[in-house]
Design a protein around this ligand. Structure first.
Ligand code: MN
Length: 228
């Protein structure tokens, strides 16, 4: 390819137990996937269809030091299960074959400029500046599915400065991984390298400069960092 200038580096994340990198294609995110979180955001939980939004692929960050973003005074944490799609994608997505597409799982934070999101909601404007900013997607290494058995009882949790802020089991998700992949496959052509942030439990709150966080997908993945 004869580009006019060198293209930016491919966004990628580590793979547990491997020297290879996972190339990130797109980042899809699910909103309001835990009933208690929907309520704390002032929405009624609904089984209708999932709420989706996106972050740019290069919003992923694996440094332990996360920059406090500009243009906000209310940066919120949202700990989430992250689903990574590999090369075995079905041609026709069904309930039976959707999980074949899963390459592995990780734990991540859907960092949110809550003040900008609240203002956007009030004006019925898009959420992009609230959700899709630089370094808004800290994520652990991906743990391949054969090493990562998730169940309804698997706990997702976040501590900030040693104090628990969020904790729920994956069985509390309104839409399962299968439900979400099927819904996304109708809206988009899913590709190897896509990540899906599956939505956060209740307990979202502010992060301040100097805060240390520890996110965990029980027995599978951990993510540590400091806000700077
Ligand atoms: Mn979220």
């Amino acid at each position: 390819m004869d580009y006019a200038f060198p293209p930016p580096d491919q966004a990628s994340i580590g793979i547990a137990g491997s020297s290879k990198r996972f190339p990130v294609h797109r980042i899809y995110c699910v909103g309001r996937n835990f009933a208690e979180h929907a309520r704390e955001m002032g929405a009624e939980p609904s089984r209708g269809s999932p709420v989706f939004f996106m972050k740019p692929a290069d919003a992923v960050i694996q440094d332990n030091v996360i920059p406090y973003p500009g243009c906000t005074e209310d940066l919120h944490h949202e700990v989430e299960l992250v689903v990574a799609l590999g090369p075995s994608l079905p041609e026709q997505w069904t309930t039976e074959n959707a999980l074949q597409a899963v390459y592995g799982y990780a734990v991540g934070l859907d960092l949110t400029r809550r003040d900008l999101q609240t203002a956007a909601k009030e004006k019925r404007l898009p959420w992009d500046t609230a959700k899709g900013f630089d370094a808004s997607a800290p994520v652990s290494d991906i743990v391949p599915v054969h090493q990562a058995q998730i169940t309804a009882d698997t706990l997702l949790s976040l501590q900030v400065n040693g104090i628990q802020r969020q904790k729920a089991c994956l069985g509390d998700m309104i839409f399962s991984v299968c439900d979400v992949l099927l819904a996304l496959s109708k809206l988009y052509t899913l590709q190897p390298g896509d990540l899906v942030f599956m939505g956060t439990p209740s307990g979202v709150a502010a992060l301040k400069e100097g805060d240390r966080f520890q996110a965990e997908l029980q027995g599978i993945a951990e993510l540590h960092g400091i806000i700077h």
